[in-house]
Ligand binder design. Structure first.
Ligand SMILES: [Zn+2]
Length: 172
């Protein structure tokens, strides 16, 4: 089932999310809903707070090639355990900040630990778009958005655009 995606500014997007204690069928359904919502958007990552659930859960799939095999990843309690000194710049966007893009600098390679959909501990090193995406989504769990990396003026400009968008959607 698709869930509505919150649009910035929203207080729920600024909260630090709580760890998922034990896996349950409800949480698996939530993860599946998030993947469905992400693919439909379409997007390459989605964090639980973006649908108003303040728990540490993200989903992502950064396979870009049109005929590439999808690789949906579900991460409960993801944790970056190491990050490269070398950085990378990507033009980022966010499903909670539609149609706004800006360059963000982040570590180029990160090692991440998480619990998967079956409750197994996983650890993997990510590079390229995957590294950017997983860092962007984990930021969401700490109440941080990609626009928080931008200069205040640019951030305020984007926030005002989003406030306008929300007013228009509320009226529609
Ligand atoms: Zn985002």
């Amino acid at each position: 089932m698709k869930r509505p995606i919150l649009i910035h500014p929203d207080p729920r997007l600024k909260k630090v999310c709580v760890a998922v204690p034990d896996l349950s069928d409800d949480l698996r359904v939530l993860a599946d809903d998030m993947l469905e919502t992400m693919y439909a958007a379409p997007g390459i990552g989605l964090a639980a707070p973006q649908i108003g659930i303040l728990q540490r859960l993200i989903v992502l799939d950064c396979v870009k090639e049109e005929d590439g095999e999808p690789r949906p990843l579900v991460m409960f309690n993801p944790e970056i355990i190491s990050a490269s000194d070398e950085t990378n710049v990507y033009e980022e966007g966010c499903l909670s900040i539609p149609d706004q893009y800006a360059e963000v600098t982040r570590p180029k390679v990160v090692e991440v630990e998480w619990m998967d959909r079956d409750g197994n501990a996983q650890r993997e090193t990510f590079g390229g778009l995957w590294a950017t995406c997983v860092q962007h989504e984990i930021d969401h769990l700490n109440g941080k958005l990609f626009i928080d990396y931008l200069k205040p003026l640019k951030r305020q400009m984007i926030t005002r655009k989003m406030q306008k968008l929300k007013r228009e959607r509320a009226r529609a």
